[in-house]
Design a protein around this ligand. Structure first.
Ligand SMILES: [Zn+2]
Length: 193
């Protein structure tokens, strides 16, 4: 991931990414975010949801009942999914992470779009939109074949929007989803095809 995006996440969620600058022996976070830029907005909202949940709940809990801080151990792409390994948290934060992982399967890892997203077959599985695949000529040369998401996942695209709504907890109509996407794109400088 781009250095600026890496620094943005580490600075904004310093508790979650406290091991980002640890040594390789101490934490795999030393390797950084091992995926492309398109997933930054999933991580941003995931970490925002986790940190809000922990901070807000702990305000009202006795010391012995406090939710432990979620600390990332490794963040990477694997088989086309975002993988977020961590310690701390509880079953709610585990649920937030599970949702983010499912979402990543429907978001282009390169540009962050949810339009026309599929996967590569061949040497490696990437979650990538058709445009990003076409733009990167090396992929076809190296025998990566692009396939559209299967029907089950395509029909899940609408539910992806619902999932997005839940994880971001915004209270607007789904019809406003597009404008939100535009805001996120300009915020993270993710180009639209
Ligand atoms: Zn793309």
């Amino acid at each position: 991931m781009k250095k600026e995006l890496d620094e943005y996440l580490v600075k904004k969620y310093s508790k979650i990414f406290e091991n980002r600058n640890a040594s390789i022996k101490e934490s795999c976070m030393a390797f950084g975010f091992d995926h492309s830029d398109g997933w930054v907005w999933i991580l941003d909202h995931l970490c925002d949801s986790i940190q809000h949940y922990i901070d807000n709940n702990n305000k009202y809990r006795k010391l012995e009942d406090q939710i432990s801080q979620v600390v990332a151990d490794q963040v990477k792409e694997k088989f086309g999914y975002l993988n977020f390994y961590c310690h701390g948290g509880d079953r709610y934060t585990d649920g937030m992470i599970a949702l983010a992982v499912v979402m990543s399967r429907n978001v282009c890892e390169r540009c962050g779009t949810i339009e026309n997203v599929g996967h590569t077959r061949g040497p490696w599985i990437f979650t990538i939109c058709k445009d990003c695949y076409d733009k990167d000529e090396r992929l076809a040369k190296e025998n990566f074949i692009w396939t559209v998401n299967d029907s089950k996942i395509i029909s899940a695209n609408d539910s992806t929007k619902e999932m997005l709504q839940d994880i971001i907890s915004w209270e607007k109509d789904l019809s406003e989803y597009e404008s939100l996407e535009t805001i996120l794109r300009s915020k993270y400088k993710i180009s639209k095809k």
